[in-house]
Design a binder for this molecule. Structure first.
Ligand SMILES: [Fe+2]
Length: 452
């Protein structure tokens, strides 16, 4: 079922549609909470309170922060109800508390944090039973509920990244992703012309995905698949990390400062490479998309390969534009929500799937695995689409515009389908690689290619 099909438009808040929307919200809230519970119950209290990396919060901070945001937006703003606990608002304000300082805060202990989340969720269920989905922007189409579902799922992905950084025996288990069923490789030509970027119609799309607008691009060529471990290992073998020619000045300075020699979590294993995945070591698999590389590493690889990173608009056109109809789809495969057959999402597997594993997820132009597996670095800095309006608050997106952030697209194996669309935009500093980040390359089309 698609979000669109389920959504209630502001003009059509009929009783039946309202009930369907209520049911859908309840299902999505429960799915997010089940994942939060799993990620915070597989480790003991000491582990929850510990900071596994200065880049990350203790898991117990994320836990109570999820509840606090739910209280602020749903219980207080949408519901107009009495606060559950306003004494902790400051502690769980991501803007006031930098990650590195969070372990020193007087955080709620795990049992208290869980009880708090339970109390807030009970109130949200009360509210959901009674709420009228009027055209008030915060409640039209259940937007604030959708925002809170996505927020919790995004923190679940962050908590999954924290799990990848923790030491100790493996506590997370999942089946292997599917094996390749088609051969995928090479490049795809995207003809010159306009397409629609962003959205006006996806009811739970966030402010930075809006509005829909036309973008005209010259012809370009984009990789049919994300760059694989095997391809990245060739870059390492040819001394890609040691050759300054491939690196931007900022990237080279960062590489030297941090001593980067391979993707995060890789180590040499004789002539080959091994990587660590959630507490387990294994041989690097050549046909899997490379993950845990920063923007600078992606940029250097692309230069070495004689290419470049795609712009954000190039990524989105390759993912959404349907040459047969001229319209932009919600996802590469169409407008329907992702299923297991389309993409590797939602922590169903604990690693990217090999290239060729998701033929049903291919875009109309023949580009594979744009959604799921790994977030893909683009060359674009994070900014508002033309006509951007901050909603529901500037801190959601706008305060990050114009900074040193690069946009990542498409979601990873750790991204839930509720927080992943063809228009969804993620952003991070170019040095970050504890996230599930990979990339694909692009290049300008040559004249002989563009006029074919
Ligand atoms: Fe947050």
């Amino acid at each position: 079922m698609s979000v669109k099909g389920d959504a209630v438009t502001a003009s059509g808040t009929g009783h039946v549609d309202g009930e369907r929307l209520r049911d859908r919200i309840a299902v999505e809230l429960a799915r997010a909470r089940a994942r939060t519970t799993l990620l915070t119950e597989v480790v003991d209290d000491a582990d929850l309170m510990r900071q596994h990396s200065p880049l990350m919060s203790p898991l117990v901070w994320d836990l109570a922060h999820v509840g606090n945001q739910e209280e602020l937006w749903l219980v207080r703003d949408v519901g107009g109800r009495e606060p559950v606990r306003c004494d902790i608002d400051e502690l769980y304000d991501a803007f006031k508390q930098p990650r590195r300082d969070r372990p020193a805060l007087p955080l709620l202990p795990p049992a208290e944090a869980r009880a708090y989340l339970g109390t807030v969720r009970d109130k949200v269920h009360d509210l959901l039973d009674a709420v009228a989905f009027t055209d008030r922007p915060l409640v039209a189409d259940g937007f604030a509920f959708g925002m809170i579902v996505q927020h919790e799922q995004q923190h679940d992905e962050t908590m999954l990244a924290t799990h990848q950084l923790r030491s100790g025996p493996a506590v997370l288990h999942a089946p292997s992703p599917p094996e390749p069923s088609v051969r995928v490789g090479g490049e795809v030509l995207v003809p010159a012309g306009e397409f629609t970027m962003g959205t006006d119609t996806d009811p739970w799309a966030l402010d930075n995905e809006r509005p829909a607008h036309r973008v005209d691009l010259p012809a370009y060529v984009i990789d049919a698949a994300p760059v694989t471990n095997g391809e990245f290992a060739a870059f390492i073998a040819e001394d890609g990390y040691g050759d300054q020619r491939w690196w931007s000045p900022a990237g080279w300075a960062h590489r030297l400062r941090e001593g980067l020699e391979a993707p995060m979590h890789w180590r040499r294993d004789g002539d080959e490479w091994s990587y660590q995945r959630f507490g387990r070591w294994g041989r690097v698999r050549a046909d899997e998309p490379v993950v845990h590389v920063c923007f600078y590493e992606a940029q250097a690889y692309a230069a070495w390969a004689g290419k470049r990173l795609p712009t954000e608009a190039e990524w989105e056109k390759a993912a959404r534009w349907d040459p047969a109809t001229g319209r932009s789809r919600r996802y590469p495969w169409g407008d329907d929500d992702p299923t297991e057959a389309h993409a590797n999402l939602g922590q169903r597997h604990l690693r990217p799937a090999p290239v060729g594993a998701y033929p049903a997820g291919v875009s109309p132009l023949g580009v594979h695995q744009l959604i799921g597996d790994v977030w893909e670095w683009t060359s674009s800095t994070f900014d508002g689409h033309p006509g951007f309006t901050a909603f529901p608050y500037r801190e959601y997106s706008e305060v990050f515009f114009g900074g040193d952030y690069r946009v990542l697209r498409g979601g990873s194996f750790g991204t839930d389908r509720s927080a992943c669309r063809g228009t969804f935009r993620n952003w991070d500093y170019p040095i970050r690689r504890q996230i599930f980040s990979g990339f694909r390359c692009a290049r300008d089309a040559r004249p002989d290619e563009s006029y074919r």
